[in-house]
Design a protein around this ligand. Structure first.
Ligand code: SF4
Length: 558
């Protein structure tokens, strides 16, 4: 018997309540208001809903972050008067090359790497504020609600399904069972962040990535610290490369001083299914122990911890970002400039361009693929495209290691977008792009982190500062087929890779027990929703599906 689901009809539904979709919803409301003032005889009144799986707006948002306010100024020129939560303006940039014990400051910082004049922000607080602005404008925001599947009918996207509530760990309905709802819409805007469930399904159905270059992913792990006054000036923004990463692994660290007593410290590590030995959490702990960073943090205390993956291959890996009845925004569309280590402004701009396209589609009452394709043209004519175009080969230059990357970066400053990479590189798929040789178990590095309980902490202790919680009695949202656990996890992966999930997960979700017999323990309630496991798993057998709405981290400073 077909299950009865509640069905709600909207004109526009946004999957994900991050800066891209919130900017898009706000922009769309602005356009409608302007239209109604200018054409009172032909008013529009589209119903707009934003679906967000976090338990409050901003709960799952995490970034460094230095904000380029370009898009926000276009969206809301009076954002400063509206109490937008901006922190200190960056007053001094530093780029440091770290060896194990020493640091060397880059004497002249080229333009793309400068942050001076831009405000430091907590993306979580910015998202919370934007959600308030959206609700004030009349947009319906459904928090605690996970979008789990697109509705595709007759070759077109017609909305999304939200997740069921009240299913126990064995898949049985609990007394409080509530089936998910159908949210039907003329346009569905997908802004779920990296490796989203709906985006991945639509990419497959509509072959959106055919012909595009492979995507690259990095996992960023961030902590916010309270520190004693006097260690650093407010407004300092440091970026580092080198230690603790080997030259063949891409990544780097940051330290931003929000105030004389509060800093954001974080580290980004490339993740790669061909070389899955990465330990993003461990790298941050080592980074904090480096003398240059430890000097700042000494005597301080950890306030918040979190992790998320980012996309970094830029324009070449973007693929198509629209189709019949749907548009992709933000990191669902790969809107991140790795050269600048910034994506919030690009995410917002993509959302605004999507809104312009949807508004025109509303006027025409045409939501077909050809109507919504105007979004891609708008993007190509925007400053967001120009910015991504100039940086389009930045990350790929590091595929052959740090020194090759630095050489090309220098050349790209003179010739933006220059690439010395073989064109054949882009013909390979994600699982073969790595230049790393597969490592045997014996060659894998031992977990390198020594935690001291003062500057560096184990995953469990960090996790305690992430606000993470899930309904415990629900199906595991990290799916591995039982046959794969027995055949691959316990046997093959143990031999070939030494079970890298136990390292690359920054939340200690995966653990192996040897007695009474070898088994994989998955502590799904620890999950930070960073998506590293789904992207770094060398066998591609881990499926991350959205847990019950409201589960996950509860970032407030993220
Ligand atoms: Fe990230 Fe996967 Fe670990 Fe969850 S289980 S924290 S998504 S690596």
């Amino acid at each position: 018997m077909k299950e009865e689901r509640e069905s709600l009809a909207f004109d526009i539904v946004f999957a994900g309540g991050g800066p891209a979709n919130l900017a898009s919803a706000i922009r769309l409301k602005q356009l409608v208001t302007l239209h109604n003032e200018q054409h009172p005889a032909e008013p529009l009144d589209p119903s707009i809903a934003v679906v967000e799986k976090g338990r409050h707006a901003g709960a799952h948002l995490l970034s460094g972050a230095v904000l380029d306010t370009k898009a926000l100024e276009e969206l809301m020129p009076d954002f400063r008067d509206r109490n937008c939560p901006l922190d200190t303006i960056v007053s001094r940039d530093r780029i440091l090359f770290l060896t194990a014990k020493r640091s060397f400051s880059v004497p002249a910082i080229p333009e793309p790497f400068r942050n001076s004049g831009h405000p430091l922000v907590s993306l979580s607080r910015l998202g919370y504020w934007m959600a308030g602005e959206a609700e004030t404008a009349g947009i319906e925001l459904f928090t605690n609600t996970a979008a789990v599947k697109p509705i595709v009918e007759n070759g077109s996207v017609c909305g999304l399904l939200t997740g069921d509530l009240g299913i126990d760990r064995l898949g049985q309905q609990k007394p409080d069972y509530l089936p998910g709802a159908e949210l039907r819409a003329k346009v569905t805007v997908i802004g779920e962040g990296v490796a989203g469930t709906l985006a991945t399904e639509l990419q497959n159905i509509f072959s959106l990535r055919s012909g595009s270059a492979p995507q690259h992913y990095e996992t960023g792990v961030k902590e916010v610290w309270r520190i004693p006054e006097g260690a650093i000036e407010a407004g300092e923004a440091w970026h580092t490369f080198g230690y603790p990463l080997a030259p063949d692994t891409y990544g780097g660290g940051w330290l931003y001083a929000f105030s004389p007593t509060e800093v954001s410290v974080g580290h980004v590590t490339a993740i790669d299914p061909q070389a899955p030995e990465a330990d993003p959490h461990g790298n941050l702990q080592l980074f904090k122990q480096h003398p240059a960073i430890a000097t700042v943090l000494k005597g301080g205390s950890l306030l918040e911890y979190g992790a998320k993956t980012i996309t970094s291959a830029g324009l070449d890996a973007m693929g198509r970002i629209s189709g019949p009845g749907f548009l992709f925004t933000g990191e669902s569309a790969g809107m991140l400039n790795m050269q600048r280590l910034k994506g919030i402004h690009l995410a917002m701009k993509s959302g605004m361009l999507a809104a312009d396209t949807i508004f025109e589609a509303l006027l025409r009452d045409d939501f077909s693929a050809s109507s919504l394709q105007g979004y891609e043209e708008r993007f190509r004519n925007s400053w967001a495209y120009d910015e991504l175009h100039a940086a389009r080969h930045f990350r790929q230059a590091f595929d052959k290691g740090l020194y090759h990357g630095l050489l090309q970066t220098g050349m790209q400053l003179k010739f933006p977008g220059l690439s010395l990479a073989s064109p054949f590189l882009f013909k390979k798929n994600d699982s073969t792009r790595s230049g790393h040789a597969k490592k045997t178990r014996q060659e894998l590095p031992q977990p390198p982190v020594r935690t001291d309980g003062q500057l560096s902490f184990g995953k469990e202790e960090c996790l305690f500062r992430s606000g993470t919680m899930h309904e415990e009695n629900q199906p595991c949202h990290l799916r591995i087929a039982p046959a794969d656990i027995a055949e691959i996890c316990i046997r093959k992966c143990t031999e070939e890779y030494g079970n890298p999930c136990t390292r690359f997960c920054p939340a200690n979700v995966y653990a192996f027990t040897l007695t009474p017999e070898p088994a994989l323990r998955i502590s799904a309630s620890n999950c930070l929703h960073c998506k590293t496991c789904a992207l770094a798993d060398p066998y591609g057998i881990i499926s991350w599906i959205p847990p019950e709405g409201g589960g996950g981290p509860g970032y407030k400073l993220g």
